[in-house]
Design a binder for this molecule. Structure first.
Ligand code: NI
Length: 172
């Protein structure tokens, strides 16, 4: 399909609450998901949400095998998640560094719940649910935030832990 350009922070579309996907297993939805994968792969991302390529619909993809952007991260299965629902299963949170294709070159520390259940549909309309922890849970929260118009810098509590990746992590 195609590598699409990624909207950057400041674009008002990234602040919108995205609408639900209402039709599954359609050429349009398969094309959207294919473009999201092509774009994420080209930019070495861990995940991407449809609004980031300009489509205000509740669809995200994510997956990490061995990602050079996240060298210490545990693997996360390649997933298409549409119309997601998240249920937080713990009060416990953990601070961790995040980046985002819409905030290129930056990293910031965000506190996220460490244990949750998510459910939703794949691109064929098949329902699924998973209970996950740690980095997998972080990725899901980050991507699903995009569907509600939330970018990770809006969740940083200590702005001293926000900066340019090249300066923060010169060895990477
Ligand atoms: Ni992001």
């Amino acid at each position: 399909m195609a590598v699409r350009s990624v909207l950057k922070m400041g674009d008002p579309l990234l602040l919108q609450v995205a609408g639900p996907v209402t039709a599954f297993d359609t050429p349009e939805l398969h094309a959207l998901i294919a473009d999201m994968f092509d774009t994420m792969t080209a930019l070495d991302g861990a995940g991407i949400a449809a609004p980031q390529i300009g489509v205000s619909r509740r669809a995200v993809i994510f997956g990490i095998e061995k990602n050079p952007r996240y060298p210490q991260a545990e693997p996360v299965p390649t997933t298409v998640l549409i119309n997601p629902v998240i249920e937080i299963l713990t009060q416990e949170t953990e601070d961790g560094w995040e980046g985002c294709l819409s905030v290129p070159g930056m990293r910031g520390v965000v506190s996220r719940a460490t244990h949750l259940r998510y459910s939703g549909f794949d691109q064929y309309g098949k329902f699924f649910t998973r209970e996950v922890r740690a980095f997998h849970a972080r990725v899901v929260q980050h991507e699903c935030d995009h569907l509600d118009g939330i970018l990770y810098p809006m969740r940083i509590k200590d702005m001293r832990q926000f900066g340019y990746k090249d300066i923060l992590f010169p060895e990477m």
